[in-house]
Design a protein around this ligand. Structure first.
Ligand code: NDP
Ligand code: OXD
Length: 313
């Protein structure tokens, strides 16, 4: 086999170096250098140049180095070979850290205490327990289910919403558009771990926020989005924060990334922003995952974690 590594936005040098060490003596080519397109059998990619993969006549499979494949599927020239995504405990654990951190930040009012500290004010605020708070997770896949498990362990009342009903002990399961309103009506903290597909694009707007529970102990609904920025209408988020439809938001992903300095989200006191780092892909954890998948393909002709291109995730 020979493997092409094409990475934009992350640190390509680190990935290429680690692939080269781990795959030796097999050749690993760097898409930034000259290479023979006909020599490439596999490609490990993150947001490669559109059209690049179409130029590889002997390509057998593509390995997306993240969990979400929306950027790749946006390339209309993407060749019709199996496309695999990352499913890995390291990435999953990172996302669960992010989700739990932000659920607890809102539950324990860390931001409000930070402000009080700045004013040297000793002011205990009302403190509900996790058992009084209903978390609703949109997207009960690999990441959603892991986060649900840990949130339940902390005492939160957890429900999940997905296309097919996800049956998990202790989690109230909702499925499909018919059950979306009921799911939202029982949700105080909305955690979004959906993929970006034609069906989910723009879902997180005023209509949806207005259906969230208004009788919760946190004083208003909270949005946590670590799925994709294309899921959300940022103008609606700002307007809903302004009129109280939303109380606060933690956002890791944005319609445009990097989030432009002109975005009012940066300045809003109810918004916590992170720069798409909820669950980083790292070469330390993931190079071996790709190489094991290639070995499986060469040995048995099958692959793990193949994306359903029709569904878009
Ligand atoms: P999975 O494919 O395992 O899970 C996706 C979930 O979303 C499934 O439960 C699926 O339903 C559900 N879903 C998809 N479409 C719909 C729909 N139209 N209506 C209702 N539910 C839907 O993905 P992962 O859990 O591994 O990852 C989720 C997303 O997280 C990624 O696609 C990516 O966008 C994002 N991500 C963000 C990162 C970050 O750093 N911010 C890092 C990693 C991932 P069903 O179970 O019925 O198929
Ligand atoms: C991913 C991501 O999809 O980093 O893995 O966003």
């Amino acid at each position: 086999m020979s493997l092409l590594v094409a990475i934009k936005g992350w640190s390509p040098n680190e990935w290429v170096a680690r692939f080269r060490v781990a795959a030796a003596p097999r050749p690993v080519l760097d898409a930034r250098e000259d290479f023979d397109p006909a020599a490439i059998h596999y490609a490990a990619v993150w947001k490669p140049e559109p059209g690049l993969l179409a130029r590889l006549p002997n390509l057998k499979a593509i390995f997306n180095l993240g969990a979400g494949v929306d950027a790749l599927l946006g390339d209309k020239t993407l060749p019709d070979v199996p496309l695999c995504r990352i499913v890995n405990p390291d990435l999953t654990a990172r996302m669960t850290e992010y989700v739990v951190l932000h659920c607890l930040t809102h539950l324990r009012q860390s931001e409000a205490y930070r402000v009080l500290q700045g004013e040297a004010r000793w002011k205990p605020l009302p403190q509900p327990s996790a058992r009084e708070v209903r978390v609703g997770i949109m997207g009960m896949g690999v990441l959603g289910q892991d986060a649900a498990e840990v949130l339940m362990r902390l005492g939160f009342r957890v429900a999940g919403w997905s296309r097919k009903r996800a049956t998990m002990p202790g989690v109230e399961a909702f499925a499909g558009h018919n059950e979306l309103s009921a799911f939202l009506a029982r949700t105080d903290i909305l955690v979004v771990l959906l993929p970006l597909t034609p069906e989910t694009r723009g879902l997180l707007g005023r209509d949806l926020f207005a259906k969230l529970a208004r009788d919760g102990v946190l004083g208003g609904p909270i949005l946590i989005n670590a799925g994709r920025g294309g899921l959300q209408e940022e103008a609606d988020i700002l307007a809903c924060l302004q009129d109280g439809t939303l109380k606060a938001a933690s956002l890791d992903v944005f319609e445009t990334e990097p989030l432009p300095a002109s975005s009012a989200l940066w300045q809003h006191p109810g918004v916590i922003i992170t720069p798409h780092v909820a669950a980083d892909s790292t070469p330390e954890a993931l190079v071996s995952v790709v190489l094991e998948n290639i070995a499986l393909h060469e040995r048995e002709g099958r692959l793990m974690d193949v994306v359903d291109r029709k569904a878009g995730y």
